[in-house]
Design a binder for this molecule. Structure first.
Ligand SMILES: CC(C)CCOP(=O)(O)OP(=O)(O)O
Ligand SMILES: [Mg+2]
Length: 240
């Protein structure tokens, strides 16, 4: 069984396989994404129950705009639904929601929904759920670099003061206590990072789940956690 003392503090999930799941069943792309949305909520509830501190869900990357307008519009409306049902499904479980990514490009209605959910859950002290929408690792590193450059230009920061700690504070994951995931899970069998967290994943253990997101169940989450608990993290040091 899972050992509480070996539970990861921060789990990040690259959500993938919704359309393949739908295709296998002769269902619509929209039903695939809707099924994926249900698993997103289930992952948050499970993480909350296991006392995980931070759960990051990679829901929409800066590259996903390349999809058809119809699919993108549907995803945007689905994110509203997922974030809106936060009130009902998560209410009472003390979950805090934050959305990271370039929100300025999202539909006004979704931006408002995000602001409301962040506002109403801002004081919660349980699981901190980070939903990455219109996010990418390179976007984050670029925005952090611009922010630091501005501070140097304005004389607020000296170049010598720039180090890993001050840089990390400029990343959009600076809103959580544990910005660097201990465990990254990717569904659907793909084995790539797809421009998710780049700085944050420096020493993260990676687990590739074969199942498509909508098929993911508690036992699959437990399998990833069990694998994580068996690993010896050396952080570059040698325990030889
Ligand atoms: C937007 C993202 C969360 C959707 C993940 O599933 P997907 O649409 O990439 O599905 P496929 O990899 O099966 O095409
Ligand atoms: Mg995919």
């Amino acid at each position: 069984g899972l050992k509480p003392e070996l539970m990861p503090k921060h789990i990040a999930v690259i959500l993938d396989g919704n359309r393949r799941w739908a295709k296998e069943r002769g269902l619509s792309v929209q039903s695939g994404h809707r099924a994926g949305g249900r698993v997103m909520k289930a992952l948050a509830c499970l993480s909350s129950r296991w006392g995980i501190e931070v759960l990051s869900l990679f829901a929409f990357s800066t590259e996903n705009w390349r999809r058809s307008k119809e699919e993108v519009d549907f995803l945007m409306s689905l994110f509203e639904e997922v974030i809106q049902t936060y009130e009902d499904e998560f209410a009472g479980s003390n979950i805090r929601i934050s959305v990271i990514g370039d929100k300025s490009k999202l539909p006004e209605s979704l931006q408002k929904m995000i602001a409301t959910a962040e506002e109403s859950t801002g004081g919660n002290t349980g699981l901190h759920l980070l939903v990455a929408i219109n996010y990418s690792g390179r976007y984050d590193i670029m925005q952090a670099s611009r922010s630091i450059a501005r501070k140097v230009k304005d004389g607020v920061v000296q170049v010598e003061d720039i180090n890993e700690t001050t840089f990390e504070k400029e990343l959009e994951t600076n809103c959580v206590e544990f910005p660097n995931p201990d465990l990254l899970i990717r569904t659907s069998g793909e084995q790539r990072i797809s421009n998710f967290y780049l700085w944050q994943l420096a020493y993260t253990e990676v687990f590739f789940a074969k199942k498509n997101l909508p098929d993911l169940e508690e036992e699959d989450f437990i399998e990833a956690l069990t694998s994580f608990q068996k690993r010896e993290r050396r952080f570059g040091g040698s325990k030889y």
